[in-house]
Ligand binder design. Structure first.
Ligand code: FES
Ligand code: FES
Length: 128
């Protein structure tokens, strides 16, 4: 299968790989798995007092497209509000990376991960 240049770039030079301490109140963590292939993606956001995502990190145990999707997503969410970050669709990621149809679920994984991370963050705030 031919991969697009942007996928290869993000795969070879992934942005923002790593993790934050899950316990911190300003961190939201989204850990999701893809039923289709068993790949797992962890995406974390660090939110500042203004409600802006100031940093994001990921770890993805999966295919090149999943790694590229999460890498791209961490770049996109930085500087966004939680509401803006929620608007990012897997179709935006798939279009930017030019993913082939069999790899669309990899971008779905990224969308699920960011949503789960935002929910986790909001739950923490509600409980604080
Ligand atoms: Fe999981 Fe892509 S099928 S690596
Ligand atoms: Fe399953 Fe990419 S996440 S093949």
């Amino acid at each position: 299968m031919a991969y697009g240049e942007k996928v290869i770039d993000h795969y070879e030079n992934p942005r923002n790989v790593g993790s934050f301490s899950k316990a911190d109140l300003n961190i939201g963590t989204g850990m999701v798995g893809a039923p289709a292939c068993g790949d797992v993606m962890k995406l974390q956001i660090k939110v500042n007092e203004q409600g802006i995502i100031e940093d994001a990190k990921f770890k993805t145990y999966g295919c090149g497209s999943a790694i590229a999707s999460s890498s791209l997503l961490t770049e996109w969410v930085k500087g966004k509000t939680l509401e803006q970050a929620k608007q990012i669709k897997n179709t935006d990621i798939a279009a930017e990376l030019d993913l082939p149809p069999v790899k669309i679920h990899c971008s779905v994984l990224a969308e699920d991960a960011i949503r789960t991370a935002i929910e986790d963050y909001q739950k923490k705030q509600a409980g604080a």
